[in-house]
Design a protein around this ligand. Sequence first.
Ligand SMILES: C[S@@+](CC[C@H](N)C(=O)[O-])C[C@H]1O[C@@H](n2cnc3c(N)ncnc32)[C@H](O)[C@@H]1O
Length: 257
Amino acid sequence: MTDAETRPNVARMYDYYLGGCHNFAADRAAAEEILKIFPDTSVAAQTNRAFLRRAVRWAAERGVRQFLDVGAGLPTQGNVHEVVRAVDPDARVVYVDHDEVAVAYARRLLPTDGRTVVLRGDLRRPDEWLADPTLRATIDLAEPVALLLVAVLHFVPDGDDPWAAVARLRDATAPGSLLALSHLTLDGAPPLPARAGTEVYRRSSAPLVPRTHADVARFLDGYDLVEPGLVRLADWRPDGEPRAAVSHGYGGVGVRR
Ligand SMILES: C[S@@+](CC[C@H](N)C(=O)[O-])C[C@H]1O[C@@H](n2cnc3c(N)ncnc32)[C@H](O)[C@@H]1O
């Protein structure tokens, strides 16, 4: 077995929480440890996906036709291109992830229609992939883009300055572009289980870095937040879908000034 299969991987652990089948024994064992500590993790993952769908649909209905989904993960139900194409069949979607397994699955499972592109790239180093010719052929950065950073920034430690990376992406997009983000928080969570949970992720492919509301809000510098602001995921423009009893994340959408 390769290291990629024996080390728990955050993309595949998330796939397991969502009931997917693209995961290995090491991912399932680590995910089960998390589920023992936080039994509602699967519901929280579904809540995050539901936020992603609502934010993407809102952006598409507002007229945005280009989507840049960074930290896109493994294809699952309600993928961004499916939600977007229900509004505009010609909309363009570029998926970016740094995980080679997630990228390989996505390339195998997603349509090869020229309007859906999968790139390997690291959120921490946008300049390495922003100039990629495939990205540039798919998305016109001079026109508004919806940048999606959903459940990914909490895998980037403060030492890697994720705020600078997000600012670089903001500056690469046109005024009127959107940023939709969700981010894990442990605001209000009991400290001991929180520590046990982050310990499990310390052994995985990426450490988990929950952040406070104030630190998550800084990612939206240079954006005007749309209503209802940066709120618990289930509270962002709920549309009547079943709501999780507990949401461990903040979500929000901003419009670039
Ligand atoms: C929890 S999944 C979220 C997937 C999807 N965005 C969603 O919310 O349903 C996190 C994804 O972020 C990816 N990721 C973590 N750190 C990253 C980085 N520095 N650059 C790009 N992708 C990253 C992981 O590989 C994983 O696929």
